[in-house]
Design a protein. Structure first.
Length: 425
């Protein structure tokens, strides 16, 4: 049964295309039910994020990846063939390796980012709920999760922040250590503040204040991180509470001036404050950097950190790629063994039949009063003769036809040395 991946990502399709294909979590179960109904789809899972939508499937031998594309087009109301120029299709080894690279963060827009592993787990659980995980995909996803964990623990790919938002969080941890008891004030409500809020929440901060000109937008982000929303005009009365301040707005004038920050420091009894200004032009007056007990970083300061970390992360990625390659081959080796399952089962069934017949005959002989030693000897001879009969015929047939390759392979299967000069017994 072939394993196939069909999809698009940030490298193959622009944002305008990815937006039309992404499947939100609330639609995923219904979409999977429709996919399961497609003829030829035996197993399937769908990973859909802002940067990729990919279908991992095990298809019947007569099926082609076109059925996956037809489903995606139908589900999203797209014109047939419109996606052709953006889609990629991967088979077997390549499909398996791709999922391992994706879950390890090696195929992400931000190399090594950890969020994709959680998104892959969402895809896995959705497929499981809908009965779409079978022997192969169940094991493949579990293997991918284990490999991703090894990449995290055995390489430094996740040790060095390569996004501005995460770099700010990392610097805060370097200054304060544990962040659980700290309070963060985030000024703005754009994508950067949204991401920073998520990072801080994931790091355990339980007191996050979102300040923005639009209360609705501030409340939306605050709800995601269990924080509180305030207006920009309320910043002075809340600033003294903040151990961490991150600002990123589109304002043409500074949001925080020296006098306001100085007053807040006084109220804090000179407890240190970490400030990060991610805005261009700046939200925080540069002179604030000279205040005692203030650690102020600009976006350029963070970019220097990120550039160094990106180089370190690329080196770690080389180690990760080697690990992923080895583990992809190991999984593919297991998949190949599935082709022999039927033959192994049939061979074991035949051996069991020979055993049952020989044992039944031995029992009848014992019940008739025949000596135990004679019965056991006859049982052993009968079993040996029956089990060796078919392999012996095959070897003799190969010898008559001069098929040395078949003889060699048979010897390897039987675990015996090849000696063509030895006479048959």
């Amino acid at each position: 049964m072939p394993v196939v991946t069909l999809g698009l990502n940030h490298k193959s399709a622009p944002l305008a295309v990815r937006e039309q294909v992404v499947l939100p979590a609330e639609r995923l179960d219904a979409a999977l039910a429709a996919l399961a109904a497609r003829p030829g789809v035996r197993e399937a899972a769908v990973l859909s994020t802002c940067n990729r939508t990919e279908i991992y499937a095990v298809l019947a031998p007569e099926a082609t990846p076109a059925i996956l594309q037809r489903w995606l087009e139908s589900e999203q109301g797209l014109e047939p063939e419109w996606l052709n120029q953006y889609l990629y299709t991967l088979h077997d080894d390549a499909a398996i390796s791709h999922l391992l690279r994706v879950t390890a963060g090696l195929d992400s827009l931000v190399l090594g980012e950890p969020q994709i592993l959680g998104q892959a787990k969402v895809a896995y659980h959705s497929a499981s709920r809908n009965g779409l995980l079978g022997q192969i995909l169940e094991r493949l996803f579990q293997h991918a999760f284990a490999v991703a964990k090894r990449v995290r623990t055995e390489t430094d790919i996740g040790a060095h922040p390569v996004s501005v938002a995460f770099a700010a969080v990392t610097l805060a941890r370097q200054i304060f250590g544990a962040l659980e008891t700290r309070t963060a004030l985030l000024i703005g409500a754009g994508e950067m503040i949204d991401l920073t809020a998520r990072h801080f929440h994931e790091q355990g901060i339980r007191h996050i204040i979102i300040a923005n000109r639009s209360p609705e937008r501030a409340e939306a982000i605050a709800e995601l991180c269990e924080g509180e929303a305030i207006g920009l005009g309320q910043i002075p009365e809340h600033l003294a509470r903040a151990d961490i301040v991150v600002s990123c707005t589109a304002s043409s004038e500074p949001i925080l001036d020296r006098a306001t920050v100085k007053q807040a420091i006084k109220k804090r009894r000179h407890e240190p404050v970490f400030m990060t200004d991610l805005a261009v032009p700046r939200d925080i007056e540069p002179s604030i950097e000279r205040l005692d007990d203030v650690y102020l970083y600009t976006v350029d300061d963070l970019r220097d950190v990120i550039d160094r970390n990106r180089r370190q992360r690329l080196a770690a990625a080389e180690q990760a790629e080697t690990l992923v390659s080895e583990q992809a081959e190991a999984f593919m080796g297991w998949v190949r063994t599935l082709g022999a399952v039927g033959a192994i089962r049939a061979y074991r069934s035949r051996a069991k039949q020979h055993r049952d017949e020989a044992v039944a005959e031995a029992k009848r002989a014992l019940e008739a009063g025949q000596p135990v030693d004679e019965v056991l000897e006859r049982l052993a001879r009968r079993l040996t003769r029956r089990l060796l009969h078919q392999p012996t015929l095959g070897l003799r047939d190969a010898a008559r036809s001069g098929d040395t390759q078949r003889i060699r392979q048979s010897c390897e299967l039987l675990g015996i040395p090849m000696n063509p000069d030895q006479d048959d017994e």
